[in-house]
Design a protein. Structure first.
Length: 142
């Protein structure tokens, strides 16, 4: 069982990608100097806009999430887990977390990458405002 969602967003001059436990993509157009986890702005949807099939697959404790971030030829794949506690109802944001904390904007938990561990080349491109494609594939056994 599998479903894929593709999000389009872009970087911002204030992307620092220094957060040690999360990273975030948002529909918001701007970023403050305190947004250390935000790596993409201007997303074409938030968690609440995901397809129901995608949500149904991801909202289980045995679900896996593979997220590929692509920007200017640099690609990184982040592996996370889903959770039955996820609501995926936030209107503007997606957050990938190293922890197991879940709220309406949490798209992945136990992620193997956070803002501070993303490739420096990716972060450099995002700081120039380059477009980024976020491809998320949720899957479950069976």
């Amino acid at each position: 069982m599998e479903a894929t969602e593709i999000i389009h967003c872009r970087g911002h001059p204030l992307v620092s990608a220094s957060h040690p436990t999360t990273f975030e993509v948002t529909m918001e157009e701007t970023l403050s100097e305190n947004g250390h986890c935000i790596i993409g702005v201007g997303a074409n949807k938030g968690a609440g806009g995901l397809l129901e099939k995608f949500k149904e697959i991801l909202c289980h404790d045995d679900a896996l999430l593979a997220t590929t971030l692509s920007c200017e030829g640099v690609r990184v794949t982040v592996h996370s887990k889903g959770s039955a506690a996820m609501t995926l109802n936030h209107p503007t944001d997606f957050v990938w977390r190293r922890s197991t904390f879940v709220c309406g904007r949490t798209i992945g938990i136990r992620s193997d990458h956070v803002a501070a561990t993303l490739p420096p080349e990716l972060v450099d491109h995002l700081k120039t405002g380059c477009p980024m494609v976020v491809t998320m594939t949720a899957s479950r056994p069976g």
